[in-house]
Design a protein around this ligand. Structure first.
Ligand code: ATP
Length: 534
C-alpha cells in the first residue's frame, strides 16, 4: 500500500510549484498510472516519494516513509530514468552487475542469476553493459529493482523508448506483478497505456493533480472511439454520414474522423453509394485532460519560522519576506476543475486495439553508476532523523500534524520541506484525511509558539520538542506483505498458474465505456536473441 499526500515542490520562490498537493493511494494488488504530458511533474513526484528530492508532503509505504523503511530494497523496487538508461559500469557484465547489487541488497548471488533468467537476460548475462540496447538495459534495471522481492514497484516511464515487442513484454510483466498482492505505480504520457495497464489513473497537468479515476471512468471520460476514413469522395460521404446521425470531423483534404457509427456501417454506407474508400480504421482518441481553473499565484504572507533539526529554531522571515506561490490557505477544498464534456460514446463493434508505442521517446538522462534498487536517498535530503519543521496552523489536518507518544503535549510536527509557506498539512478532504494512517507513522513536528501566535501558556510544552531521533514505531502494523519471495516474478513467469486474483483482468479495449474486462493479457516469453534489440 502506498499513500501519497500533499506532495509539493517549488524550485524557485515566487514561481509556480513544479508539483502541488499531489495525493492518491496505490492499493495492494493494483496498478496505478500517473499520467501527464511532458513536464507535468511525474518524475518529480516519484523522486519526492522516494525522498530523493526535498519538498513537502508525505508518502507512506505500508505505513512508513521511505527513509524509515528498514530494508527499502525489499519493500520498494524502483526504476527511475537515470538507472534505466545506465544501470552500471559499462565495462561490467550484466551478471557481475546484478551479483554486486545482490550482495549490496543482501540476497544470494544465485537470486541474481534467477532474475537474469526471468527477465530473459540469461543469454547476454556475460556481455558488457556497454553493448546493451535500451530494452536490455531496461530489463536489467527491472531485474535490479526486483532483487529484494519488493512488494511495491515504482516505474518511471518504463516503456519509453522501447521496441513494440519489449513494450509488450513489459506490459505483461506489469500486469502480472500485482497478482501476488504487490502494487505498481508507473508514470506514462500515453493515456492509452494508462488505460491498458492501470486500475486507477491519476492525471497530472503542469504540476497539479486534475483527476484520480478508476480506469473504467478514465476510459469513459478521457478516451473515445472513432473511425478514420479516407478516400477521394469524402464530402459526399460526410453528408451521408451526418444524415445517418454520425458526428463527422474533417481531417486534412481527404479524411474524416467519424464518431457515432461503426466501421462496418460506414463501409456499407460507402459501398451502397458507390464511394471508394482508401482507409477505414478504428482508433481511440484522447479527450483533453481537465484543467484546473484556479491558477496558483504568487502572494505575500507573514514571515515563517523554520525549525531545522530538533534543537535549532531559525527565523527566516526577514531574509525571505516574499512568500512563494500559494493558493488561499483558507480554502480547504482542492481546486475547482473544469471538466470537458463527455463525448465518448459506446460503439457496438469495440475491437481490441493495438497499443502503439506512442509514448516512446529516447531516454536522455545521464546517470550515475548506481543501480536502481540501491539508490540511496540523497540530493540534499536531510539526514535520517533530521527534521525541517515549521509552525503548523490549527487547521492542519491530523494526517500531517501528529503527535508522537514521546512528544510533549501540544508539540506538533510535519515532514520536512524547504518551503515553509507551502501547506504541507492542507491536503485533501476530511474523508481522505481519515483514511490516512495514525499519526505515529509520521514524523514529529514542533511549533514555534512565538511565530505561530501561541499564548505563553502554550509555549512551555512546545519549546522542548527537540527530542533525540528515534525510529518511529508505527501504531498500525504494516499492511500484510504479499507472498513470499519469488511469487510476483513467478506470477509473471508462469502466468497460466498465477492468475491475477487481486485485480480484475485488464481489458485491451481501451475505449470500452463500460470498463468490462476483456481477455487478460498473458505474458509471452520472447524467443531468440534479436528481441533484445529494443
Ligand atoms: N532542477 C530543476 N529546477 C527547476 N525546475 C525543474 C527541475 N527539475 C524539474 N523541473 C521542472 O519540474 C517540472 C516537472 O518535471 P518532471 O521531470 O517531473 O516532468 P515529467 O512529468 O516527468 O516529464 P517527462 O514526461 O518529460 O519526464 C517540469 O516543469 C520541469 O521543468
Amino acid at each position: 500500500m502506498i499513500q501519497v499526500s500533499g506532495l509539493t515542490k517549488v524550485y524557485r520562490r515566487g514561481r509556480r510549484p513544479a508539483l502541488f498537493d499531489l495525493g492518491f493511494d496505490v492499493r495492494p494488488g493494483t496498478v496505478t498510472a500517473l499520467l501527464g504530458p511532458e513536464g507535468a511533474g511525474k518524475t518529480l513526484a516519484l523522486r519526492l516519494m522516494l525522498e530523493l528530492e526535498r519538498g513537502t508532503g508525505v508518502t507512506l509505504f505500508d505505513g512508513r516513509t521511505y527513509r524509515r523503511l528498514r530494508r527499502p530494497e525489499h519493500e520498494v523496487g524502483v526504476l527511475l530514468p537515470d538507472e534505466r538508461s545506465h544501470p552500471g559500469s559499462p565495462g561490467r557484465t550484466a551478471r557481475g552487475h546484478l551479483r554486486m547489487l545482490a550482495a549490496a541488497v543482501g540476497v544470494p548471488a544465485r537470486h541474481a542469476d534467477e532474475l537474469l533468467e526471468q527477465t530473459r537476460l540469461a543469454a547476454v548475462a556475460d556481455h558488457r553493459l556497454r553493448s546493451f540496447s535500451a530494452g536490455m538495459t531496461r530489463r536489467l534495471g527491472l531485474a535490479a529493482a526486483l532483487l529484494g522481492e519488493p512488494s511495491a514497484l515504482l516505474l518511471d516511464a518504463p516503456t519509453e523508448g522501447l521496441s513494440p515487442r519489449t513494450v509488450e513484454w513489459l506490459h505483461a510483466f506489469i500486469r502480472a506483478f500485482p497478482a501476488g498482492g504487490g502494487c505498481v505505480l508507473l508514470t506514462t504520457r500515453d493515456p492509452r497505456e494508462a488505460a491498458l495497464l492501470a486500475d486507477q489513473v491519476v492525471t497530472l497537468d503542469r504540476g497539479q493533480q486534475v483527476a484520480d479515476q478508476p480506469v473504467s471512468e478514465f476510459r469513459r471520460t478521457r478516451l473515445h472511439r472513432e473511425v478514420a476514413v479516407r478516400g477521394p469522395q469524402m464530402a459526399r460521404l460526410a453528408d451521408l454520414l451526418v444524415a445517418q446521425g454520425a458526428q463527422v470531423r474533417p481531417e486534412g483534404g481527404a479524411g474524416l474522423a467519424v464518431a457515432g457509427l461503426g466501421r462496418t456501417e460506414i463501409g456499407e454506407l460507402a459501398y451502397r453509394n458507390g464511394i471508394m474508400l482508401h482507409e477505414l480504421a478504428d482508433r481511440v482518441v484522447e479527450q483533453p485532460a481537465p484543467r484546473a481553473v484556479r491558477p496558483i499565484q504568487a502572494r505575500s504572507g507573514p514571515a515563517p519560522t523554520v525549525q531545522l533539526r530538533r534543537a535549532a529554531t531559525i527565523t527566516v522571515g526577514e531574509r525571505h519576506p516574499v512568500r512563494p506561490a500559494l493558493p488561499d490557505p483558507a480554502v480547504e477544498s482542492p481546486p475547482t476543475l473544469e471538466l470537458p464534456p463527455v463525448t465518448g460514446q459506446p460503439l457496438p463493434d469495440a475491437a481490441p486495439l493495438d497499443l502503439a508505442p506512442a509514448c516512446v521517446a529516447p531516454s536522455d538522462a545521464a546517470s550515475p553508476d548506481v543501480a536502481p534498487a540501491c539508490v540511496a536517498p540523497s540530493d540534499g535530503a536531510p539526514p535520517d532523523g533530521a527534521l525541517l519543521d515549521r509552525p503548523v496552523p490549527d487547521e492542519v489536518p491530523p494526517a500531517h500534524t501528529v503527535e508522537e507518544p514521546s512528544a510533549p503535549p501540544g508539540a506538533r510536527t510535519t515532514r520536512g520541506g524547504e518551503h515553509p509557506d507551502l501547506p504541507v498539512a492542507r491536503t485533501g478532504s476530511p474523508a481522505r484525511r481519515a483514511e490516512l494512517p495514525p499519526p505515529s507513522a509520521l514524523v514529529r513536528v514542533s511549533v514555534d509558539p512565538v511565530h505561530s501566535g501561541a499564548t505563553p501558556e502554550d509555549r512551555a510544552p512546545a519549546e522542548h520538542t527537540a527530542a533525540p531521533a528515534a525510529p518511529a514505531t508505527p501504531s498500525t502494523p504494516p499492511a500484510p506483505r504479499p507472498s513470499a519471495r519469488g511469487s510476483r516474478v513467478a506470477a509473471f513467469l508462469a502466468p497460466a498458474t498465477a492468475p491475477a486474483a487481486a485485480r480484475p483482468a485488464a481489458s485491451t479495449d481501451l475505449a470500452d465505456p463500460t470498463g468490462t474486462p476483456a481477455t487478460p493479457i498473458t505474458p509471452q516469453p520472447l524467443t531468440g536473441p534479436d528481441h533484445w534489440n529494443g
